[in-house]
Structure formats: structure tokens, C-alpha cells
Design a protein around this ligand. Structure first.
Ligand code: SAH
Length: 235
């Protein structure tokens, strides 16, 4: 998708990008390509694909949540910053924490944040299931794209949400994962509030945005250790 198509598609999402935001995005794309060899950040290397499959795809989360507010957001397994860093560029009021277990990616993200002069955004090197207790029950939204199955992500995300906060998962086709996550959602007192299925503007790639609301506090026993989460389904 070229830049004009990108802007047109953002308008359909009710996003009217400023020149400054587009310049920041351009610089981000440039850095992504420059650092890619060294840091192994993305398999997508054509600029038009970066705008579609990383930038537009990240912003498509606005189909499910209104981000024009002061919200505290955690992006689990953000990688090279998707969706969290892209959201920060277009919604400066957000307070964002980017979490990833890969330190090279965290170094890259810190470089981008510095270069673009972004404020109120912080990177943490670590694993979601090992985040310190000070991060529990304090986010309005937890997001995640392309990190693990919905069942696993639900257990990794929900403990960090406030009651009535949302876990928003960005997925491709999701029918099977939804079925597999049912009992976990129940045990962790969550409900699917909205599901947005759509096709990316390339008219090929299927997407599902799953918006899950946390209804009650999460017991301290979750998230369990990663091995346990993987092997033992909550029932
Ligand atoms: N969200 C990005 C990256 C996806 S790749 C995107 O959509 O492009 C998955 C990333 O999740 C990797 O960078 C990996 O280091 C990170 N990751 C996997 N399991 C994790 C965990 N338990 N906690 C934190 N990060 C994790």
C-alpha cells in the first residue's frame, strides 16, 4: 500500500494523520529497515508491505477500541513495536508500556523512541508471566499481536488489566483459538465483548480483532509459569 492509499484507509478508520505523524512513521520505517539485518526485526522488508502489514494492521485495533483518551496500555510481545509504538505515534495521549523478552528488540525500540521524541512510552525487557506485581491490575488495555494462541495470551494478559479493562488480541483466522480459549476465559472471569472480522486492504489477508472484558479481579496464582500455561488448560 502506498502512502496515499495508507492515508485513505486511515481516514476510513476515522484517523486523520498530521504531517508530523506521517514524518515520524516514515522515520520509523527507515529505522526498521536499517536495523533489520543486525536485529532480525521483521520478515517484511518492502516499504509498501510495512505500511500495510505493520502500520495499518496495528492501527486497525481502532475498529474495536476508542484510543482518543488517556489510557494506560501494555503491549505484550511487541517485537519491533507492533501495535504499541504505532499507536503511540497517532494517539499521543496514551501511556504505553512495550514488553518483549528479546533484548535486541528492546534496544531497537529505545532508539526509535529517542529518535522520534516520543514521551510517556516505556520499554521493558522481560516475560509477561514474570512481570513484577506492581504491574498487576493497572492497565486499561492490554494488546498483543502474533505472540501466542488466544488461550495462552489470555492468561498472560488478564492479570495486568484493571477490572473492566480490555484485552485486545490481533489475530488472523481465529475460530479454533476461540474455542480453545473458552474455559480459560471463564476461569479468569472474562467475556468476549466484541469481535471484528475483516480483510486487510490487500483484499487477501483475513483478520480478527477479539475484544475481551475482565469482569473481576484475577487471583494471584495467575499467570502460572509458562510451561504450566502451555501444558495445562485452565478449566
Ligand atoms: N507483536 C509483534 C512481534 C511478534 S513476534 C508483531 O506483531 O510484529 C513475538 C514477540 O513476542 C517476539 O519478539 C518475542 O520475543 C515476544 N515474546 C514471546 N513470548 C513472550 C512473553 N511470554 N513475554 C514477552 N514477550 C514475549
Amino acid at each position: 500500500m502506498n502512502i496515499n492509499e495508507f492515508i485513505k484507509e486511515l481516514n476510513k478508520l476515522n484517523i486523520k494523520p498530521t504531517e508530523e505523524e506521517l514524518t515520524k512513521l516514515e522515520e520509523y520505517a527507515r529505522m526498521l529497515l536499517e536495523y533489520n539485518n543486525k536485529f532480525n526485526l521483521t520478515a517484511i522488508t518492502k516499504i509498501e508491505d510495512i505500511y500495510l502489514k505493520h502500520f495499518y494492521d496495528s492501527l486497525s485495533i481502532t475498529k474495536a477500541v476508542d484510543l482518543n483518551q488517556e489510557l494506560k496500555i501494555l503491549d505484550i510481545g511487541t517485537g519491533a513495536g507492533f501495535p504499541g509504538l504505532v499507536l503511540k505515534i497517532f494517539f499521543p495521549k496514551l501511556e504505553i508500556i512495550l514488553l518483549d523478552s528479546n533484548n535486541k528488540k528492546i534496544s531497537f525500540l529505545n532508539e526509535v523512541i529517542k529518535e522520534l521524541g516520543l514521551k510517556n512510552i516505556k520499554c521493558i525487557h522481560g516475560r509477561a508471566e514474570e512481570l513484577p506485581t506492581e504491574y498487576r491490575e493497572c492497565f486499561d488495555i492490554v494488546t498483543s499481536r502474533a505472540v501466542a494462541s488466544l488461550r495462552i495470551l489470555t492468561e498472560l494478559s488478564v492479570p495486568f488489566l484493571k477490572v473492566n479493562g480490555y484485552f485486545v488480541a490481533l489475530k488472523g483466522k481465529a475460530e479454533e483459538e476461540l474455542k480453545e480459549a473458552e474455559s480459560t476465559l471463564k476461569v479468569l472471569n472474562c467475556e468476549i465483548e466484541k469481535m471484528e472480522k475483516f480483510i486487510l486492504p490487500d483484499q487477501i489477508s483475513e483478520r480478527t480483532i477479539i475484544k475481551i472484558r475482565k469482569e473481576k479481579e484475577t487471583p494471584d496464582t495467575y499467570p502460572r509459569k509458562y510451561d504450566k500455561i502451555k501444558k495445562q488448560v485452565l478449566k
